[in-house]
Design a protein around this ligand. Structure first.
Ligand SMILES: CC(C)(COP(=O)(O)OP(=O)(O)OC[C@H]1O[C@@H](n2cnc3c(N)ncnc32)[C@H](O)[C@@H]1OP(=O)(O)O)[C@@H](O)C(=O)NCCC(=O)NCCS
Length: 248
């Protein structure tokens, strides 16, 4: 009798948790980014940067992470940023970009003119974690660990993060679908993204949506940090023939 009661209790709490997830997903809206969203977006970005956990696992100062990797999108690619808005506030975002080649050039200028200058002025806490990370990334580039992507085939890219407690409810899928609709409306021929094999939920979601694995390379920095084999991955999705205009 006790076993049956505890089984029922277990089922009831599982159902309640599932109901809560469905309800949360229903009341979360996917919308375009507004400038007033910037603090919340940067907060989620830094809070999920380490395979879904906070960036402080590998960097001393989250302002440096946001300035180097996130702020660019919220200032220069605003029409391609999507957010997931719930009654608790923002719970996820997607950074988009339709022309990765020019974005890379613009981003490099941004890093040199803003982030490096701020670092030299002592605006960031720069400790051992930061130097290990910077050295690890540079060494990875020298070793050829960066995945290759044909930017003619896949000129657009995306980055996505959903806050812990709101994952697995379809928010990520809805953010990606909103962005893909926008890319299709703008006649973009293909989109890519970069991740690792260790972002399991992310890889599962990308593959379900139809992204194909383009390249995979061993990442020595994350492998030694996590003590499991981590591989950089790039995925691509064709939206139309690559001879077509990608933004008109
Ligand atoms: C990856 C991420 C953006 C996906 O957003 P999400 O709202 O959780 O995704 P969804 O709920 O729309 O879909 C996730 C899919 O993965 C599945 N999934 C969830 N957790 C999983 C896990 N740990 N392993 C494998 N699949 C998982 C879900 O069941 C769903 O698949 P289904 O449709 O077959 O059920 C989000 O989980 C996240 O931010 N994770 C941490 C940071 C990260 O990895 N960001 C991506 C960097 S490239």
């Amino acid at each position: 009798m006790e076993a049956i009661l505890s089984q029922r209790k277990h089922m009831a709490s599982a159902l309640a948790a599932y109901g809560k997830l469905v309800w949360q997903a229903m009341i979360t809206t996917i919308r375009h980014y507004q400038p007033s969203d910037q603090p919340a977006v940067l907060d989620i970005s830094a809070g999920t940067a380490f395979f879904g956990d906070p960036v402080e696992a590998f960097l001393d100062d989250r302002r440096l992470y946001n300035d180097a990797f996130a702020r660019y999108y919220t200032e220069y690619e605003t029409s391609l940023v999507w957010v997931a808005d719930s009654p608790d506030g923002l719970v996820g975002f997607l950074f988009g970009c339709v022309d990765t080649s020019s974005q890379v050039n613009q981003w490099r200028k941004y890093i040199i003119s803003k982030v490096l200058v701020r670092a030299i002025e002592g605006k960031y806490r720069l400790g051992r974690r930061t130097s290990n990370f910077a050295f690890g990334m540079l060494a990875g580039m020298v070793r050829g660990e960066e995945t290759k992507i044909d930017l003619k085939e896949y000129p657009a890219h995306l980055q996505i993060d959903v806050q812990m407690g709101y994952r697995g409810e379809g928010v990520g899928r809805r953010l990606i679908e909103a962005y893909l609709d926008q890319l299709r409306q703008n006649h973009v021929c293909g989109v890519h993204l970069q991740t690792t094999n260790h972002n399991e939920a992310a890889c599962h979601l990308y593959e379900k949506i139809g992204f194909m694995l383009l390249d995979e390379r061993h990442n020595r920095f994350w492998t030694s940090m996590l003590s499991i084999e981590v591989k950089n991955r790039s995925y691509g999705l064709k939206l139309r023939q690559s001879g077509d205009l990608y933004y008109d």
